[in-house]
Design a protein around this ligand. Structure first.
Ligand SMILES: Nc1ncnc2c1ncn2[C@@H]1O[C@H](COP(=O)(O)OP(=O)(O)OP(=O)(O)O)[C@@H](O)[C@H]1O
Length: 239
């Protein structure tokens, strides 16, 4: 089942043409890594999928809805089935971690167990701390835990592991892959860590000069003769 379908997507900020014709699709249950150098347009692409940014040309279908044709109400409905963690946030100043998780559980009407989430994300020592007072990495972990709490069909993560220590990075990837196996949820993420892409992603989209220069399975790329995804990236992308 197709979860996302993108055809000839184009997006400019004024004179700066960032996306020049992206073709992309994500099927149910896939984990897809979007890679490319700083400023390539990865976040812009994810924000469009998340219905947070308008685009200039092309078709973008998410969970069978063509974004351009949706009313505000339909967009709100669609957003309930998508979860996203974009760049780390500074809100929720006055709530403790456990209160935040309970609040979002109620908001999403989620059947997930908050105590299990606290355990899975190693949040026990931080449960009574104010979100505002957590370190950057732990804020990110809490934001990720909240994203999973909605049991989304589509999860969009912008550099989810940046700033996490190796144990937390490992914990997050274990959670993502388990979630994906358990629920069949689709995950689209950006990262600059090519080892993670190689280990955990089914498919890779390389954004370069505004187009999807490569969109292939991780295995397909490796079987083309590259030693690693890092090797592939360095060969394909110039500074
Ligand atoms: N709101 C905005 N207004 C104007 N230009 C923007 C805006 N957001 C992004 N850009 C520009 O669009 C281009 C792509 O930015 P984007 O953040 O999508 O890239 P990225 O691949 O996610 O980069 P990075 O890896 O550094 O996070 C950059 O040239 C950036 O300056």
């Amino acid at each position: 089942m197709e979860i996302v379908h993108v055809n000839n997507l184009q997006k400019a900020y004024g004179e700066n043409i960032v996306l020049r014709g992206i073709n992309f699709n994500a099927n149910a249950g896939e984990i897809i890594g979007v890679i490319g150098k700083n400023g390539a347009g990865k976040s812009t692409f994810l924000e469009i999928l998340m219905t947070l940014k308008p685009y200039d040309e092309g078709d973008v279908k998410v969970l069978s809805s063509e974004l351009r044709t949706l009313s505000t109400q339909q967009i709100e409905h669609l957003r309930k089935n998508i979860s996203a963690v974009l760049q780390p946030t500074q809100f929720y100043k006055t709530l403790k971690v456990v209160e935040l998780l309970k609040l979002f559980k109620a908001y999403y009407n989620s059947s997930m167990d908050v105590e299990q989430i606290i355990k899975d994300f190693k949040l026990e020592p931080h449960r009574k701390k104010y979100f505002d007072k957590l370190s950057g990495g732990w804020k990110q972990i809490v934001s990720l835990a909240i994203a999973f709490l909605s049991e989304p069909k589509l999860l969009i993560l912008d550099e989810p592991t940046t700033g996490l220590d190796p144990h937390m990075r490992n914990m997050l990837w274990t959670y993502i892959t388990d979630y994906n196996k358990r629920t069949g949820g689709t995950v689209i993420l950006t990262t600059h860590n090519m080892d993670e892409v190689e280990l955990y992603c089914d498919k890779v989209m390389l954004l370069n000069e505004g187009i999807n220069e490569v969109f292939d399975s991780t295995e397909g790329i490796l079987s083309a003769g590259y030693k690693s995804i890092n090797d592939f990236y360095l060969s394909k992308v110039s500074i």
